[in-house]
Write a protein that binds this ligand. Structure first.
Ligand code: PMP
Length: 395
């Protein structure tokens, strides 16, 4: 139904089931980017000509579009180059407030982008790096969370939805518990943002991050949303042009957030293009997106569990838009190689989440993930190809 909006699907042979890694791009976004570069391009902020004014206005309007998507104010939205940079920015800033003996608490299911920065600042500052478990069905083990949260916990980093387990974690209660011990809460929405409404204000996290390229936007653009209080307290991550109010030989006065965190020429063309993607997604509406993706997930899970040797990682009927699987003694890479020959794009590996693979006792998995362009035929083609590949290896 929506495939026609995505130029890549003019090639009917492509079955794209790798949207958790990155989504395909709608024509409206590609056109907006092209139009901006062709007709109204100029750097933002300091220019005086009408092109600069127009670019600046559209960049700031894009900030507002992102803010509206997650129910925040534009002043709370920092443009970065991706979720990874957003998380590193936050970690680098918070590290300056950590002292030996402070604790950081994260889950074993985090993507490396929401794992390694915290591990590294713990090593650097002498903070204790605590990791809580997930249950067999992939949901956060809230008892383990409660056991490991304490008055020394200064940072809690969570994800709205795991990029391996596909489970959406209800976070409000955990965030309230973390706030009760005065911990700063960071939520990674890189996976959930394209599949369901995310209300940052209702979640009440201190920071929330995601990437544009997983939301039908261009690469090189990410979001860091923070509360007024947190953005004020966080030191700048990089220094340079634009992020200053005044510079003298002995001192610099930094600009107010969000500009304080946007040193140098920001990714404004990408921000403008991302706002087109957001408008496109919102025109379709998350109700419709969720209904479609739920139906496809049911089809996928019902079909695959019937197949011999298919093991779903953390089986759970409530998986949203993605599922990872293994195949007994057949290597997922071998299966993926066979089905790739039929134009089917899935991802195989640890998906930048080695700790959760270790938790489920497998080094790698094959991940199938959905976008708004997928349809029942895509699922059928994947399942048939998988069935054939399994037969090839097992006879
Ligand atoms: N968090 C999660 C849950 C992810 O799935 C990803 C991307 N796979 C990231 C963070 C990092 O996003 P990016 O590579 O766009 O910075």
């Amino acid at each position: 139904m929506f495939k026609k909006d995505f130029p890549i699907f003019k090639n009917k042979d492509i079955v794209y089931l790798d949207s958790a890694s990155s989504t395909q791009k709608p024509a409206v976004m590609i056109e907006a980017l092209r139009d901006f570069y062709e007709n109204t391009y100029s750097n933002v902020h300091r220019g005086t000509c009408s092109l600069a004014a127009c670019a600046t206005e559209r960049y700031e309007q894009a900030r507002k579009t992102v803010a509206d998507l997650i129910n925040m104010r534009a002043a709370n939205i920092v443009f970065t180059k991706g979720a990874t940079e957003s998380l590193n920015l936050i970690a680098a800033g918070l590290a300056q407030h950590l002292t030996p003996g402070d604790e950081i608490l994260i889950s074993v299911a985090e993507h490396h982008a929401n794992f390694v920065p915290w591990q590294q600042i713990a090593l650097k500052t002498g903070a204790v790096f605590n990791v809580f478990d997930v249950r067999e069905d992939g949901s956060y083990d809230t008892d383990d969370f409660a056991r490991k949260l304490n008055a020394k916990t200064k940072i809690v980093a969570l994800s709205h939805m795991s990029n391996v387990l596909g489970v959406v974690n209800p976070l409000t209660h955990l965030i309230d518990m973390a706030h009760a011990v005065h911990a700063v809460v960071v939520v990674d929405c890189a996976q959930s943002i394209a599949h369901m409404p995310v209300d940052a204000r209702a979640l009440n996290a201190d920071f929330l991050v995601f990437s544009g390229h997983k939301l039908y936007g261009p690469t090189g653009i990410g979001i860091l949303a923070g509360t007024d209080e947190m953005l004020d307290a966080l030191p700048p991550y990089q220094f340079g042009g634009d992020m200053v109010r005044s510079v003298r030989i002995k001192e610099t006065d930094f600009a107010a957030p969000p500009v304080k965190f946007e040193a140098g020429t920001p990714p404004f063309a990408e921000a403008i293009a991302l706002s087109e993607s957001i408008t496109y997604v919102r025109q379709i509406g998350f109700d419709k997106i969720m209904a479609r993706e739920h139906a496809l997930m049911n089809q996928l899970l019902n079909r695959t569990i019937e197949l011999p040797n298919v093991h779903i990682l953390a089986p759970n009927p409530n998986k949203e838009s993605l599922v990872a699987m293994t195949f007994g003694d057949i290597h997922p890479t071998d299966i993926a190689a066979l089905i790739a020959r039929q134009g089917i794009c899935v991802r195989v590996g640890h998906h930048c989440a080695m700790p959760i693979h270790e938790r489920f006792k497998t080094p790698v998995s094959l991940r199938v993930s959905l976008g708004i362009y997928n349809n029942a035929d895509d699922i059928e083609r994947f399942c048939n190809a998988l069935e054939k590949a399994l037969r090839f290896f097992k006879g």
